[in-house]
Design a protein around this ligand. Structure first.
Ligand code: HMG
Ligand code: MG
Length: 328
């Protein structure tokens, strides 16, 4: 079997938009820096597989994230994919401050993302700022990006647990969500940076945010798979009505500023589940698996995605079978 049987479940959305983060969240965490040409090919192959939102890179300080220091070289190699006249693909980029925004806008980026934290410890580790100082740093970024007609995503990290502070109270998350919304962010992505969430916690957070006036239709979910909960958490979010799900091709990823973070939910594992549920994504699973298998070869180690492993194993079984039958 190379595709699941389709058996829809009640009360789930008909369509989900996958926000692909492999080229950014995935590659920012690689020990070796991937050549710019390989990154560009990765992004092109993801687009060819049907992904329509592909986070391309980050315009952060190159010393903080050396793996993405080639943002200026990379973005022009792929920006034709998101041409205003033919916007096949959105290519959001991370910008922490006005300097990052200037770099992104000068290259024609039209979707940017700021990245806040629900906890003080991670705000310090990731941005060298307190939570409020980081919000103050984002305010002109969001305002200027909106003035330029850009779409702005607001990430919110450590929404469920934090490696230094432990469990994160819902009110802390709600406060930062509301601040990002008030600034003008078009959408918010709720990050389980270290992968400790469980489905009940996801439902509780989403309901609480709704009660605080944050509607579900501006919320996306961003699960890391440290404890194997990412798909279960995603299903809970879909049941609540969320239709934007972040995932990383091949399950690449982690966070260099939170050592206990492992890879994101693998896009292939997500697509397998969504196809089985009859939920449209526009993604061709075979092409996506081929892309992640190719990327795993570039990185010199197998993909952690269960679906990539299962389906690329099938490919090699099939080619072994066809070689055997040709030899007979
Ligand atoms: P800082 O050291 O406090 O910087 O870092 P600063 O504001 O004091 O500036 C110092 C120097 O850096 C200045 O240069 C600036 O011009 C320069 P100097 O005057 O000394 O020559 N600078 C820049 N250069 C290039 N591009 C820039 C930039 N900004 C300042 N954008 C800073 C503060 C925010 C810059 C730094 O902390 C940083 O770059 N952090 C990025 C961290 C990061 O990328 N983390 C990973 C992404 S978040 C994530 O993965 C979580 C997520 O996936 C969701 C989840 O899972 O939870 C999104
Ligand atoms: Mg992340």
């Amino acid at each position: 079997m190379t595709l699941p049987m389709v058996v829809p479940a009640p009360d789930l959305p008909a369509r989900v938009r996958i926000h692909e983060v492999g080229a950014r969240d995935g590659l920012q965490n690689e020990k070796t820096t991937v050549p710019t040409e390989v990154k560009a090919q990765f992004i092109r192959r993801l687009a060819a597989a049907g992904l329509t939102t592909i986070e391309a890179t980050s315009f952060v300080h190159p010393k903080w994230v050396p793996q993405l220091a080639d943002a200026e070289e990379l973005f022009p190699l792929v920006s034709d994919l998101s041409k205003q006249s033919d916007p096949r693909v959105a290519l959001p980029v991370l910008v922490p401050n006005e300097r990052g925004l200037d770099r992104a806008l000068s290259l024609g980026a039209r979707q940017v993302a700021v990245f806040a934290s629900a906890t003080e410890s991670f705000a310090k580790a990731n941005l060298n700022r307190t939570v409020d100082e980081a919000l103050a740093m984002f305010e002109p970024v969001v305002r200027r990006a909106k003035d330029q007609g850009a779409h702005v995503r607001g990430y919110l990290s450590m929404c469920f647990g934090d490696p230094w502070e432990g469990a994160v109270p819902v009110h802390q998350v709600a406060r930062v969500c509301t601040a990002l919304r008030d600034m003008g962010c078009d959408e918010l992505s709720l990050g389980d940076t270290i992968g400790v969430a469980t489905p009940g916690h996801v439902l509780e957070l989403l309901s609480s945010l709704n009660e605080q006036g944050v509607p579900t239709n501006v919320l996306g979910v961003h699960f890391h798979d440290t404890y194997g909960q990412a798909l279960a958490n995603t299903l809970a979010a879909l049941q609540h009505g969320v239709t934007t799900v972040d995932a990383s091709a091949g399950g690449l990823g982690g966070c260099p500023f939170a050592k206990s973070a492992t890879g994101n939910l693998a896009t292939e594992d997500l697509v397998w589940m969504l196809q089985g549920l009859g939920i449209e994504t526009g993604v061709d699973l075979g092409s996506l698996v081929a892309t992640s298998t190719w990327m795993a070869d570039q990185l010199g180690r197998p993909s952690p995605s269960r679906t990539v492993r299962a389906l690329s194993h099938k490919d090699s079984e099939q080619s072994a079978e066809s070689t055997e039958s040709q030899e007979q």
